[in-house]
Design a protein around this ligand. Structure first.
Ligand SMILES: Nc1nc2c(ncn2[C@@H]2O[C@H](COP(=O)(O)OP(=O)(O)OP(=O)(O)O)[C@@H](O)[C@H]2O)c(=O)[nH]1
Ligand SMILES: [Mg+2]
Length: 252
C-alpha cells in the first residue's frame, strides 16, 4: 500500500527541474497577458482621457482632438441616467512585460461625473487613474482638476454608494475600494520644462508644483490605506504613457 502511494508522489526536486526546463518565468509572463485589470480612467473635460485611450489602442502620435470631439453620452430611453460606454481591453507594454487593461472612456463634463462613480463601483475597478493637466498652473482660478480629484476622493472617504447601479451591484461593492490610485499629469509637452524633467528623472516628480493643489486629497487617501502614485505623461505625443501605467501597477 505504502509503496504505491510513494510512486504517485512527485519528488519536489525533479518537479522543480521540469518546471525550470520549461521556463517557468516565461510561462508566467505569457500567462500574465491574459489576466486583465479593471481600470477606471476619469478626470476633468479636456484633460486628455480620450487621447490616452487612443494612444493605448494604437501607439504613436495621436492627432489633436477638436472641441467637437469631447466625449458625450446619450441618455437611456426614458431614464435620467446616461448610457455607459462599452469597456475595451488594451495592452500596455513596458520593459518587455505586458499587461492587459480593461477600461472605458467616460466624458469629463460635470454632468458625467456621477458616471465615474457608477462605473468604478459597478466594475469594482482595481486601479483608478485620474488624468489632470496643467490648467491650474496657467490660471490659478481654474479649479477643474481639483474638482475632479476632490469629487472622487469624497466618494471614497464618505463611502457613499452611487445611485443607478442596481441593488446587486451596490451589494457587491459594499466593501470595495480601489487597490491603488494613479494621478497622471498629462500634456507634459506643454508644462514639463528642463528643471521639471530632471526632477522627473530623479524620481521626484511628486514634488512638482503641478501636484501641489492635490496634497490634501493625497493625505486623505493615505488614511484610507490606498497607495497613490503620481507621474507625468504626454498622451498625444506618447511619452511615458505605458511606462507610467506599468509603474503604477508594479505592485500587481
Ligand atoms: N499638447 C498636448 N495636448 C494634448 C495632450 N493630450 C490631449 N491633448 C489635447 O487636449 C484636448 C482634450 O483632449 P481629449 O482627449 O479630448 O480630452 P478628454 O479628457 O477626453 O475630454 P472629455 O471627453 O471632454 O472628457 C485635445 O485637443 C487634445 O488634442 C498632450 O499630451 N499634449
Ligand atoms: Mg473624451
Amino acid at each position: 500500500m505504502h509503496g504505491s502511494w510513494g510512486e504517485l508522489m512527485v519528488d519536489p526536486v525533479s518537479a522543480g527541474v521540469i518546471v525550470a526546463a520549461h521556463g517557468f518565468w516565461k510561462v508566467l509572463d505569457w500567462a500574465g497577458k491574459f489576466v486583465t485589470h479593471n481600470v477606471g480612467v476619469y478626470g476633468a473635460s479636456e484633460a486628455g482621457k480620450t487621447t490616452m485611450d487612443q494612444q493605448l489602442m494604437t501607439e504613436g502620435y495621436v492627432a489633436p482632438l477638436g472641441e467637437n470631439e469631447r466625449t458625450h453620452h446619450k441618455k437611456k430611453w426614458l431614464s435620467k441616467h446616461y448610457q455607459m460606454p462599452p469597456t475595451e481591453p488594451k495592452r500596455i507594454k513596458s520593459e518587455g512585460i505586458s499587461k492587459t487593461l480593461v477600461s472605458n472612456d467616460i466624458g469629463g463634463h460635470t454632468q458625467y461625473m456621477p458616471m465615474w462613480i457608477q462605473d468604478m463601483y459597478k466594475r469594482r475597478v482595481q486601479t483608478l487613474v485620474i488624468i489632470i493637466d496643467h490648467r491650474h498652473l496657467v490660471d490659478r482660478n481654474n479649479t477643474d482638476n481639483q474638482l475632479a480629484v476632490g469629487y472622487i476622493v469624497d466618494y471614497l472617504i464618505n463611502r457613499n454608494k452611487p445611485k443607478g447601479i442596481g441593488l446587486f451591484a451596490r451589494f457587491r461593492s459594499r466593501n470595495w475600494q480601489p487597490k491603488r490610485i494613479l494621478i497622471l499629469a498629462n500634456k507634459a509637452d506643454l508644462w514639463l520644462d528642463e528643471d521639471g524633467y530632471s526632477q522627473w528623472e530623479r524620481g521626484l516628480i511628486s514634488e512638482h508644483q503641478i501636484f501641489e493643489p492635490f496634497k490634501e486629497s493625497l493625505h486623505q487617501l493615505h488614511k484610507l490605506h490606498i497607495p497613490v502614485k503620481v507621474d507625468a505623461m504626454s498622451a498625444s505625443v506618447g511619452w511615458n504613457v505605458d511606462d507610467a501605467l506599468m509603474r503604477g501597477f508594479n505592485d500587481l
